[in-house]
Design a protein around this ligand. Sequence first.
Ligand code: SF4
Length: 161
Amino acid sequence: MKQNRILVSRCLLGENVRWDGKTLTDCPPILKEWKKAGLVIPICPEMFGGLPIPRQPAEPQGGDGREVVAGTAIVIDPSGKDVTAEFLKGAREALRLAEENGVTIAVLKALSPSCGSKQTYDGTFSNSLKPGMGVTAALLKQNGIQVHNENEIDQIVDLIG
Ligand code: SF4
């Protein structure tokens, strides 16, 4: 049977790419198994966009990732610096990799302004969430890719491998 490859957020593979310089310790073990089996294309859109580790946190303002992709919202850091271009560059690179590899499924980190697929932060830097998507998740979904988070892996196990 043909094996389906998936995009996976690098931080969910235990890689040190997060904005705060910390490494996640509660990554779903199956993601590393899929990586060992050659099924994973690891992505970190914020690194693709040229942002450093560590980096300032960022939140969408004026909408969520869908509006950022549409050009009607921006992504800022707490000082008000506009990092929209970096977020969009990273999202486009993630989409390029998905298309190049025929990927139709992604498992991306929940809540992230890049990778979140159900909720994201509300742009006030007060730790408040709102329904919505990160920039990369939105661009992938608009291009026909199923985007799941680390809490939804059970839903896709049968589709991998
Ligand atoms: S959530 Fe996405 S952008 Fe943020 S560190 Fe993880 S892979 Fe990179």
